[in-house]
Design a protein around this ligand. Sequence first.
Ligand code: NOJ
Length: 568
Amino acid sequence: MSKKAKEQLLQGEDWWKKAVFYQIYPRSFMDSNGDGIGDLPGIIDQLDYLNDGTPDSLGIDAIWFSPFFPSPQHDFGYDIADYCDIDPRFGTLEDFDRLVEECHKRGIRVMLDLVVNHTSDQHPWFKESRSSRDNPKRDWYIWRDGRGPNNKPPNNWRNHFFGPAWTFDEATGQYYLHSFLKEQPDLNWYNPEVRKAIHEVIRFWLDRGVDGFRLDVAHAYCKDQQLRSNPPFFRRGKNPNRMAFTDQDLTYVIFNLLGLPDLQHKKYNLHHPETHQVLKEFRRIFDAYPGTTSIGEIAGDDPAVVASYYGNNDELHMNFYFDFVYCRFNADSFRRCVERWEHFLPKEAWPAYTLSNHDVTRAISRFDQGHRGDERARLLALFLLTLRGTPFIYYGEEIGMKDPRLPKHMLKDPVGRKWYPFYRGRDGARTPMQWNSGPHAGFTWGEPWLPVGPEIEKRNVATQRQDPNSLLSLYRKLIWTRKKLPALLEGSYRTVNWEVPPDCYFYVRESREQKLLVLLNFSDDQRYCELQEPGLAGEILISTNPRRREGEKISSIILAPYEGCLIK
Ligand code: NOJ
């Protein structure tokens, strides 16, 4: 990396605490060769949009790339057949090196997706493992005999896509475990050779200049060694830390009423204590490359358990907190999530927040009820970018891309194809990035692998760039302003303790030199309030309401419906 490039990068080993991350789903970002699938050269062409060093660009500091490694694409790259190469659909290793260089030149750090709970069934390791019972790689995966005279699966575990977690392999007469599709066999993390092989993979990419990893389903690596069957869902016990009955729980129950036998509490195949050892070993490698960071995809309904993956500052650097995905659109729901997480995090731990990703309906569509998504998306942008912690923006979120409702014949996600019409899968959140209002939104000149989302004439980069009141302009303003506000970058968080109007959520961010107040009105009505926070100048820095006069000094305010304000 050149000296100038180094200077551009956020300095310090904990740069990731100040960074704004952006998730790219490479298949859908930009297609450079007309095959309808996004690729690395396409991404390189668009890096200036993400950060060209000026407030005309979005201004993000790091990218998390969903996988682009060789893969049969049963789970669109989350089934990896070679950890140390690039899938030809996406480019070559030379393209990758250029991508890293071009990112670093612009001050953008590169974060890869480490998918090591499982491999593809086409990975040479699994092919070997499957070839005979006495193959030296047999124990790299989890093979077991069937149970009883009817050769039933070894236990009752279900995979996370609502199907059986075991598949019988005729050739060697045993079952193998897969926490996801049958094409994604689980690695055996108790085998020291597996650990060593993955450590080499991590070093391979760190040596090539990457700045960190997102750890796919890291809470699933180690399972109960006796492979005990899971208890029923409703025996998961009382837990005051858990969110009240969530939409996810509701989906769960509906699925089960429909006869999909998934009603179990995943006691023995998630959050096994040994997983913490695996993460500590990873951390030692990361620490040997100063400035490297990591974020876990650790899902769970108990924030205390999720928070434990920070260890004693010797496991993950950051951990996704997914509760916003299950929030209802009201002030209390969001406030409780933040307070719960703030409460359970270990002292040194750093939060990471996201509203959307490639596995869930985009926030703007989740909260669209009655076409209110656009205003709500503006409020959530201000919320995400003013919390204490590292924000992750999902590609297209900044232009308000919405999930289309795809008919069955257009679905690509195997989970959606299997459970349609009860669940349409994840394709809706993975449609091509909308660059302009032309054919296929400027993503490709070929036939895109998925159709573009709705209303591309207004939900596209080119149009919104010109409009100072667009969602994109709000994101740009928030991101660039954030960089200059120490209270947002490193200040403390506190929910205000004075009287707040109904369905509003106010908090204070405070550093040694600065105090900021965030006002969020989640209601669809105006809300009046007097600012009772001492030590504030009362200057409006940013509002989500295009009619608000920014820069004005106030001591009280009538918030418009769904308005959010950042006040100095
Ligand atoms: C979580 C990923 O986000 C998801 O897309 C994938 O299907 C599973 N892990 C399996 O790797």
